[in-house]
Ligand binder design. Structure first.
Ligand SMILES: NC(=O)c1ccc[n+]([C@@H]2O[C@H](COP(=O)([O-])OP(=O)(O)OC[C@H]3O[C@@H](n4cnc5c(N)ncnc54)[C@H](O)[C@@H]3O)[C@@H](O)[C@H]2O)c1
Length: 332
């Protein structure tokens, strides 16, 4: 019988909830701490219907020391995936101090608890944002990091906190996962990307246009050096992304290692819209507006390290990402 449990900080969010489903049969208990700042209780009820009784929720901020201590006292936590944090790039430019506190300082507190409780298997959710403006493509993990906004700097600061800590270097297996652009949803349609307020990422905005909550999609820039003038990104299906987490958890070699999680293929904003329209037979009206400062022509991963070291490859198509994302919204 399994005796070990895992803690997912921010586990009610987009990526954490899909991971919880993927880990269902891997742990005795899947314990989530989430303050619901970007999720709602309905996410929990839907997730519970997929994961069952092994899912346990603590509604709290990761900075609540008494709650975190209680979690480690009450459950046999052996691994931690740290997702909790704020992720809106634009908001991070307006409120950099809030982002520093919520992302970097809260993580520092969390890491102290992990060390106190001798956690030896840790995954940290980083982002391809850390690479800034690409110096070359495809971006491998050796590409220099250089933040172009406070959110990206938060991720770099946390990565540095990990790299500089002897505990993480010597006694722990830490996997820093730099995600490219996760989209899509669980095929059941029960969970998906459902941010509170006005969405920041492209797929949730496309979905709001598809449901006619938003009139049209504003595309930032049509004069990039790409085949159709719109920016190219590396979209990865959320189900692939979480499979990458499962493989990373199983990889238990001591030390700190960084993995890109992407497909290695780039699609433009117009490719994404056209695919969404074709697959789902829904119209997405759009118009072009000025470029956003800091946006770059093209970003895509070199995913080779994850393939050779973890045996992980993201294979789901853009069609299936678009289909599953819309399926989630239709079933909501
Ligand atoms: N989604 C992406 O495109 C993307 C890309 C790169 C990196 N990431 C990173 O992956 C992680 C998860 O992203 P996501 O898309 O699932 O985000 P999300 O906002 O959907 O999920 C984050 C969850 O954490 C919770 N949370 C936030 N701050 C908290 C705190 N202080 N204490 C407890 N809970 C807290 C929120 O309520 C939410 O449920 C984040 O760290 C994000 O920066 C996401």
């Amino acid at each position: 019988m399994r005796t070990e449990s895992i803690l997912l900080t921010g586990g009610l969010g987009f990526i954490g909830s899909h991971t919880a489903v993927a880990l269902k049969n891997h742990f005795k208990q899947i314990v989530i701490i989430d303050d619901l700042s970007n999720s709602v209780m309905n996410n929990y009820y839907r997730l519970k219907s997929l994961v069952g009784d092994c899912l346990i929720l603590y509604k709290a901020d990761i900075a609540s020391q008494n709650v975190i201590d209680k979690i480690f006292l009450s459950h046999n936590i052996k691994a931690v995936i740290h997702y909790a944090g704020l992720k809106a790039v634009g908001e991070s430019i307006i409120f950099p101090a809030k982002y520093y506190y919520k992302n970097v300082y809260s993580t520092k507190l969390l890491f102290e608890v992990l060390k106190k409780n001798k956690i030896t298997n840790l995954i940290f959710s980083s982002s391809a944002t850390v690479y800034g403006k690409p110096l070359y493509l495809a971006i491998d993990e050796s590409h220099p990091v250089k933040a172009i906004n406070p959110y990206g700097q938060n991720k770099i600061d946390i990565e540095q906190m990990i790299f500089n800590d002897p505990y993480f270097q010597e006694q722990c297996s830490v996997k820093i996962l730099r995600y490219f652009n996760p989209i899509g949803a669980h095929p059941s349609g029960l969970i998906g990307d459902d941010p509170k307020g006005i969405p920041n990422n492209i797929m949730p905005i496309i979905l709001k246009v598809a449901t006619q909550e938003h009139q049209e999609l504003k595309i930032f820039g049509n004069d990039y050096q790409t085949h159709d003038g719109t920016g190219i990104r590396d979209y990865i299906h959320i189900m692939d992304l979480v499979e990458g987490h499962v493989k990373a958890l199983d990889y238990n070699k001591k030390g700190i290692i960084v993995f890109n999680l992407g497909t290695g293929k780039g699609f433009s904003v117009l490719d994404l819209i056209n695919t969404f329209q074709e697959v789902n037979k829904v119209k997405i009206p759009y118009s072009f507006v000025e470029r956003r400062s800091g946006d770059v022509d093209m970003v895509f991963a070199n995913p080779d390290r994850a393939k050779t070291t973890l045996g992980f490859e993201a294979l789901r198509s853009l069609q299936s990402m678009c289909f599953d994302a819309w399926n989630f919204v239709k079933k909501k």
